[in-house]
Write a protein that binds this ligand. Structure first.
Ligand code: ARG
Length: 465
């Protein structure tokens, strides 16, 4: 280590030797926080205008700072900005370049603020933009899902519990179940956005500042709903990051469930749907293969997002007030979560509307596995038989069917009457797949007309998004 005083640093005054080269690299964040440059510049511009308004900066100083920030922004956008690890993070890189460009005025920008409130502001602005971009893609996926449901309100498939054939449903009903998961995700995204949209600017290092700042002014200028309440909390709070990643973990969990179904359904064994070739890849050895890579990869990506959630919770656990350097570790998991969610949603929003259902295969599958057994029991209940007894009767009929390779609808009336004398010829109406789905004719049920109405309600919720 050199003994020279470290004058290259914006904070070098009290130091008598240069930072160890490795420590410099180890503590720097510019390698990943440079992605918040646009937010950092917007925050600085708002801070400078506020300082001018309260009389801390002159007209000329504000003009210099604004001109300088505009140029820094242009350099960054053009890829000409020389990022420096010696300047540690995005904040000091931009401030140093500003001072290089405009001189003395640049050195006044940091009056009445700290990197602690600055970074908290930048992350909130960044995440707010990310929430909006994610909201757009999520809505696009929902719209595609609902449209596909609308086109499949009477495409019959087996509904499953325990992945065993349970009762017939229509494919549109299944798709609208996916949409319900996504609709809740959208609500959580909005909640998260609303809570994060407060301005920490003015909290300064931790206690506030001695300058006559106007926190409402900067909050409004940056599109925040209000300034945050408490300066200590403002610089230390990362709840919004945890909330965002927990929203993301649940969304990715939903996408993984949808993925799993698509992987199953595209297999030769199910053959319920096909995915267009553009969403699949082949095998380098098996010429026949068409692999559902997109859903498989999304299913896998939930792992990293869940990991980031645990990582952030653990990062914040036991941290004393107020800002600690630990918090610099919030960014990589956050950014990776944003990227992962945006990419996964984009892939899904493109792919889901392109799903090609195989109505014949779905129907044949629904005809196997005694999917209408519950309908027979319900039929017997309508004839006055207690449900438990009806359940027993149908169980016997199913056992007979298993033994003789017959579905319920394929049995002779006399055979069925052998299990219960109350069965009449009208039983065959309830044993058909169409009769079974149409009979579940209430809000939330799988009757085609209910599913059509549900699709309209779901679409209506998307208007204005
Ligand atoms: N790079 C830092 C971070 O990401 C910025 C804030 C640093 N503040 C400080 N007092 N060292 O958290």
């Amino acid at each position: 280590m050199s003994k020279d005083s470290d004058t290259s640093k914006l904070w070098g005054g009290r130091f008598s030797e240069a930072t160890d080269a490795f420590v410099q690299r180890f503590t720097a964040s510019v390698g990943f926080d440079a992605r918040m440059a646009a937010q950092d510049i917007a925050g600085s511009a708002a801070h400078a205008r506020m300082l001018h308004k309260v009389g801390v900066l002159t007209d000329a100083e504000l003009a210099d700072i604004e001109r300088g920030l505009t140029q820094v922004q242009a350099e960054i956008e053009a890829g000409e900005f020389a990022w420096s690890v010696e300047l540690e993070d995005v904040h000091m890189n931009i401030e140093a370049r500003l001072t290089e460009l405009v001189g003395a005025a640049g050195k006044k920008l940091h009056t009445g603020r700290s990197r602690n409130d600055q970074v908290a502001t930048d992350i909130r602005l960044y995440l707010r933009d990310a929430c909006d971009a994610i909201g757009t893609e999520l809505t696009r996926l929902q719209r595609g899902t609902i449209e596909l449901a609308r086109a499949n309100t009477d495409t019959i498939m087996p509904g499953f519990t325990h992945l065993q054939t349970a009762q017939p449903v229509v494919f549109g009903h299944h798709l609208l179940a996916w949409n319900e998961m996504l609709e809740r995700d959208y609500g959580r995204l909005l909640d998260c956005r609303a809570r994060l949209n407060q301005s920490p600017l003015g909290a300064a290092a931790l206690a506030g500042t001695t300058y006559p700042i106007d926190r409402e002014h900067t909050a409004r200028a940056l599109g925040f709903d209000a300034p945050t309440e408490n300066s200590l909390d403002s610089v230390s709070d990362r709840d919004f990051a945890i909330e965002f990643v927990s929203f993301a973990a649940l969304l990715m969990t939903h996408l993984s469930r949808i993925s799993e179904e698509l992987v199953l359904w595209t297999s030769a064994q199910f053959n319920f749907v096909a995915l267009p070739d553009r969403f699949c890849t082949g095998s380098s050895i098996m010429p026949q293969k068409k692999n559902p890579d997109v859903p498989e990869l999304v299913r896998g990506k939930v792992g990293r997002v869940n990991g980031h959630l645990v990582g952030l919770l653990t990062l914040m656990k036991s941290q004393p007030l107020a800002y600690n350097k630990d918090n610099q570790e919030d960014k990589e998991p956050l950014f990776d979560t944003v990227d992962t969610v945006l990419d996964s949603l984009r892939a899904f929003a493109d792919m889901v509307p392109a799903i090609v259902p195989n109505a014949t295969a779905m129907r044949e599958a629904a005809l196997r596995g005694f999917a209408t057994a519950t309908d027979l029991a319900d039929y017997l209940v309508r004839k006055g038989i207690p449900f438990r007894d009806a359940h027993e009767v149908v169980g016997k009929a199913v056992a007979h069917g298993v033994e003789h390779g017959l579905d319920l609808a394929q049995m002779e009336l006399a055979t069925l009457q052998g299990f219960c004398r109350d069965i009449d010829a009208d039983v065959f109406d309830v044993l058909t797949l169409e009769g079974s789905v149409a009979a579940r004719d209430h809000m939330g049920g799988t009757a085609p007309r209910q599913v059509a109405a549900a699709a309209e309600r779901a679409l209506a919720k998307l208007t204005g998004r």
